[in-house]
Design a protein around this ligand. Sequence first.
Ligand code: CAO
Length: 243
Amino acid sequence: IPPIPAVDFSQFGEIEEKPMGRLLKAGAMNLHRSWLNVPHVTQFDEADITELEKFRKSMKGEAEKRGSKLTPLPFILKACAYAMQKYPQFNVSLHPDGDKLIHKKYINIGFAVDTPDGLLVPVVRDVDQKSLWELADATADLAGRAQKKQLKADDMKGGCFTISSLGSIGGTAFTPIVNAPEVAILGVSKASIKPVWNGSDFVPRQMLPLSLSYDHRAINGADAARFTAFIAAVLADIRQILM
Ligand code: CAO
């Protein structure tokens, strides 16, 4: 790759050099490695979370009693785990020899946590076997420990898939970088009320933007479209997980 030429910026104005921290450097290396190795494609979709949000808000009192915080994230984790069961081609890694796919029989999902020192991706284990309360508590615990620099190396290992949620910040869509050797990552942007045509009228619905980036060596575009639409459908009616 042709290197970006060095520039002496001080000739244009005052500058200050600050060393990059260990976490920032490690993150930069991982992202660069993925970016260069993985042929990325991003699939966009929207989930109608109007009913989900009504249910989540109705559980606020119960959450407070339990000392839990029920954000959309546990629901998204659960929907992704369910989609990975239905579409196991998303729960694979490419074997380094390039001849095989390694299929995983467990569903561990990482989620990106923004910290003052850089990005951390703790992993929630066996998401398919955990209740929404357990997922709410596990994500709060991991995110809290990430902020306090208290994560252990094992807390960040063994992920099969990653969720990057910028929903509490804003934006309508983005193209996340696959957390290789995983083969897909779901970006979540801020939900907003939109007019949606129901066949006879425009009705106000709360829509959650989804951006699924995937490794096109392991996953084809039609499967990515089905997988993302399936996550959207599950979030639109979370009762489907019981079926
Ligand atoms: N749309 C609208 N509102 C949302 C939302 C969404 N998609 N997702 C969360 N919110 C709301 C929450 O419901 C909460 O509001 P209430 O208190 O009224 O319920 C508020 O935003 C704050 O949520 P939170 O940030 O405390 O919790 P979270 O579970 O949504 O996210 C975490 C936790 C750790 C993922 C988040 O704090 C974080 O660090 N996000 C940044 C991740 C990141 O940097 N990704 C980029 C990586 S580079 O690819």
